[in-house]
Design a protein around this ligand. Structure first.
Ligand code: SF4
Length: 86
């Protein structure tokens, strides 16, 4: 899944979400500006109105790497030509 704001895009690997049920909850817990939300059915939602509030803290990248592996979550800097947060 991917949701773009004006300045930031957030992409989460759908296969990783299906394979690791804890990932949705972990992402919703770590993000300081509530970009991720775990729905009642346990599925992940990207909260579109919050996407541009991203503070580039990398916490979502780190927890996704621990849960699943590298490149599970991508934070895309649309204001920087689409460069990804490393
Ligand atoms: S980098 Fe930080 S603020 Fe941005 S989506 Fe990830 S956890 Fe949220």
């Amino acid at each position: 899944m991917r949701t773009d704001g004006t300045f930031i895009g957030i992409e989460v690997d759908d296969e990783a979400l299906a394979a690791e049920p804890r990932l949705a909850g972990h992402l919703s817990q770590v993000c300081p500006v509530d970009i991720y939300r775990e729905a009642g059915d346990g599925k992940l939602e990207i909260v579109a109105r919050n996407v541009d509030e991203c503070v580039l803290c990398r916490l979502c990248l780190d927890i996704a790497q621990l849960d699943v592996g590298e490149d599970t979550v991508r934070v895309i800097k649309l204001y920087d030509g689409g460069a990804t947060l490393e």
